[in-house]
Design a protein around this ligand. Structure first.
Ligand SMILES: [Zn+2]
Ligand SMILES: [Zn+2]
Length: 368
């Protein structure tokens, strides 16, 4: 624990990449190392010394793909953060914590009716928490939502940053799906940063069968060791061909043709088409991955199938301790899915992850 600093060191997104429709010119995004003042903390706020911050697809969306942040640039990105409290609310001093990726207002109608994960006034570091984000030495945050880390054994604190978002979003998705022990589950996009935790979470919550679908063979084989019972490669196949393979697999393994809970985590048109094609009698399709694409579907099928399509967003802070326990008890493996790098490599890391989705979640550790 380094005490209260004089300044916060940070990697700011000075400007995101932009595309001029008329000239067809792309202006690259800019990340700059900056010093920002430590703000005056309110009684219910703390200053967290960052141990690690995960590089998420969402950050890349803000930086490269024109997805707007709520707080306008310059701001620091990064919302998958773990660290140690070094100032503020005395009850939290010295504690190791995970900062929830989305922090609800706790006052609005949604917060009061159990839907706080989709609170419209929620704060998200690296998006709607003013200029503050996780790719920094320190970050000021409200203390009420913090998840305390205890008894982490040999697990590095930096690795636990992925509990924020990557490992908790699947838990909330499973809740939205009313996932029960004995359920049969499909995860479309099981090889992705969130997808692989979706497979592991479903299994940990007692799913009878988890079938993973994705394109990358190496990552599919890894999924078989962590949550998936069977995998289907979607490489160079359309949804119809995958549906055929899925039905053949069900027949071969004596699995039912009804009631499947299908999690679409890829956030791609191809993934959505697979999910919609597999959705059948009494099934549920849970949309976990975000995309702007339009995908066609005859919604009358929902009536005929007595089926559901459900969206899911984030995870309320109160589930974080449950997910953290699952990680620390080894029910969900993070170690094989995390790689740490010094934060000074942020620009190269963003470029690399934007080009090819990495094998492991990259967690940046401050080296200012
Ligand atoms: Zn994220
Ligand atoms: Zn609210």
């Amino acid at each position: 624990m380094g005490g209260v600093p004089e300044k916060i060191m940070t990697w700011q997104m000075v400007q995101p990449a932009s595309f001029n429709k008329e000239t067809k010119e792309t202006t690259p995004g800019k990340l700059e190392k900056k010093e920002i003042p430590v703000p005056k903390l309110q009684p219910d706020e703390v200053l967290v010394e960052v141990a690690g911050c995960g590089v998420c697809h969402t950050d890349l969306g803000y930086f490269y793909d024109g997805v707007p942040t709520v707080s306008k640039p310059p701001l620091s990105l990064g919302h998958e953060i773990s660290g140690t409290v070094v100032a503020g609310d005395q009850a939290w001093m010295g504690k190791e914590v995970i900062i929830p990726a989305v922090m609800p207002c706790r006052k609005c109608e949604l917060c009061k009716t159990g839907r706080s994960n989709r609170c419209l006034a929620q704060k998200m570091p690296g998006n709607s928490l003013g200029i503050y984000g996780g790719f920094s030495s320190h970050i000021p945050v409200p203390s009420i939502d913090l998840c305390e880390v205890k008894n982490r054994g040999k697990m590095p604190l930096s690795h636990l940053s992925v509990v924020a978002d990557a490992a908790t979003t699947p838990y909330q998705a499973a809740k939205r799906a009313s996932l029960q022990p004995g359920d049969n589950v499909v995860v479309v996009g099981i090889t992705g940063g969130v997808g692989q935790y979706m497979g592991q979470t479903a299994k940990a919550l007692g799913a009878r069968t988890v079938i993973g679908i994705a394109r990358n063979q190496e990552k599919l084989e890894r999924a078989l060791k962590f949550g998936a019972d069977y995998v289907i490669s979607s490489k160079d196949k359309d949804a119809g061909a995958i549906s055929k393979e899925f039905r053949a697999l069900c027949k071969e393994k004596g699995l039912p043709g009804t009631g499947w809970k299908i999690f679409e985590v890829s956030g791609s048109k191809a993934g959505q088409e697979i999910g919609l094609t597999l959705l059948s009698f009494t099934g549920k399709l849970i949309v976990v991955g975000f995309s702007m694409v339009k995908t066609e579907y005859a919604i009358g099928r929902l009536m005929a199938f007595d089926a559901e399509i459900i969206g899911t967003w984030g995870c309320p802070p109160e589930y974080y301790p449950i997910v953290l326990d699952m990680v620390l008890n080894g029910k969900i493996n993070v170690e094989n899915f995390v790689e740490t790098r010094p934060m000074s490599q942020i620009a190269e890391t963003f470029a690399e992850a934007h080009k090819t989705p990495p094998m492991k979640r990259i967690v940046l550790t401050p080296d200012f």
